[in-house]
Design a protein around this ligand. Structure first.
Ligand code: PLP
Length: 381
């Protein structure tokens, strides 16, 4: 392929925010569009192509276009949070629909799925691992949910296999790819129908915006119902948040690659550490999902890992109390590293081991992060 015919790489598209200067001043960063309403022509038409910002705000165009390109989908929609994005998918289902979802997934979404299914006459079955997924899909279904790597133990699901199973059962496959990001995987190219992100995490990357996004492989009827759920349900993102998200997206590839390199280094460092019973990270050959992850994630294994502390629950609590550099805070995907003793946050019914510390690795010096965990583990011993 001659250099002028080589398509632009995703890193380039992200760094330039697609790269179309805004008219009329040819701004190299998109302006903030605050208008909620748009003028009609005398004949009643809408020359600007917009009616009202709850339906489709120009403030979303840059991020939606970029994310559609990065995920290689047909259309994208921003939401007021990752949960609002997931809820729009649920609201697009018909009464009596059947969902098959993983036991291990983002805790609050799992809890919401259970409540939603009970209140809206939706059948809901859970699976742990792909064999159970195949068994659940012996019967017809409407929606299969996959989260890979899955919070907080980072189980890996084979997206291509899940897509084949879902489609054979008549279901759409939705993949929560928040942790993997478009830097490492493109679920739509592996057969998923919709990819979802909590844009609060890596896409924005600075712990200062709550946002969500869905990207679809086909702008079909189901997508039209999702768009209607956003416009009518009203879970829309503010223009300033959309602008901050655009700004975060420009450094996505640099941030996420650096953080994932550090995560791998930290995982390797603590894999055989006496204070650590187990490191959960798909980049380690010891992780049960490593082979699939190596196949479906290109260039890295995410910047999330968990440590199971050798001394058990009390020691895990103590390590979290002793860190000086990691911030004790929930959430993930930002430039600063976070640590969380996860099970108490999830509360009763959690499947998270009591000795598990969840680490969101940021872009600080990796050795500084290792030294911080070393001193915290030494103090807790
Ligand atoms: N999916 C995953 C994997 C998450 O970690 C989170 C939040 O932590 C969400 C979805 C929900 O996103 P939000 O907090 O933006 O609503």
């Amino acid at each position: 392929m001659s250099p002028q015919h080589r398509p632009l790489q995703p890193d380039t598209l992200a760094a330039q925010g697609i790269g179309e200067p805004a008219l009329p001043y040819r701004d190299v960063v998109p302006p903030i569009h605050l208008a909620t309403t748009f003028e009609r022509a005398p004949d009643g038409s809408l020359p600007g192509g917009r009616l009202y910002s709850r339906d489709a705000s120009p403030a979303y165009d840059a991020a939606e276009t970029l994310l559609r390109e990065l995920e290689q989908g047909e259309a994208a929609a921003l939401f007021a949070s990752g949960m609002a994005a997931a809820s729009a998918v649920l609201l697009a289902l018909r009464p009596g629909a059947r969902i098959v979802a993983p036991h291990d997934m983002y805790w609050s979404l799992r809890k919401w799925l259970i409540e939603f299914a009970a209140n809206w006459q939706i059948a809901l079955d859970f699976y742990a691992g792909e064999d159970e997924l195949a068994a659940r899909l012996q019967q017809p279904a409407d929606l299969v949910w996959v989260e890979t790597p899955a919070n907080p133990t980072w189980e890996i699901t084979d997206i291509a296999r899940a897509a084949t199973l879902a489609h054979a059962a008549g279901a759409r496959l939705v993949v929560d790819s928040t942790v993997s990001t478009p830097v490492f995987s493109r679920p739509l190219t592996l057969g998923a129908d919709i990819v979802m992100h909590s844009a609060t995490k890596y896409l924005n990357g600075h712990s200062d915006v709550v946002a969500g996004v869905l990207v679809t492989r086909a702008a079909d009827d189901f997508w039209a119902r999702i768009r209607a759920a956003r416009a009518a349900g009203g879970a829309v993102l503010g223009p300033f948040e959309a602008w901050l998200l655009n700004r975060g997206l420009r450094t996505l590839f640099a941030r996420v690659r650096l953080a994932a390199e550090s995560a791998l280094r930290i995982a390797r460092h603590f894999e055989h550490h006496p204070g650590v019973a187990r490191v959960l990270y798909p980049g380690l050959a010891s992780h049960p999902g490593h082979e699939i992850a190596a196949r479906q994630m290109q260039g890295g294994f995410s910047a999330m890992l968990s440590l199971r502390v050798a001394g058990g629950e009390a020691a895990a609590r103590e390590v979290a109390a002793r860190v000086r550099l990691f911030k004790r805070a929930t959430s993930l995907g930002s430039v600063e590293s976070l640590i969380e003793h996860r099970a108490p946050v999830e509360g009763p019914g959690t499947r998270c081991p009591a000795d598990l510390l969840r680490l969101s690795v940021g872009i600080e010096d990796a050795q500084d992060l290792i030294d911080d965990l070393e001193q915290a583990l030494a103090g807790a011993a």
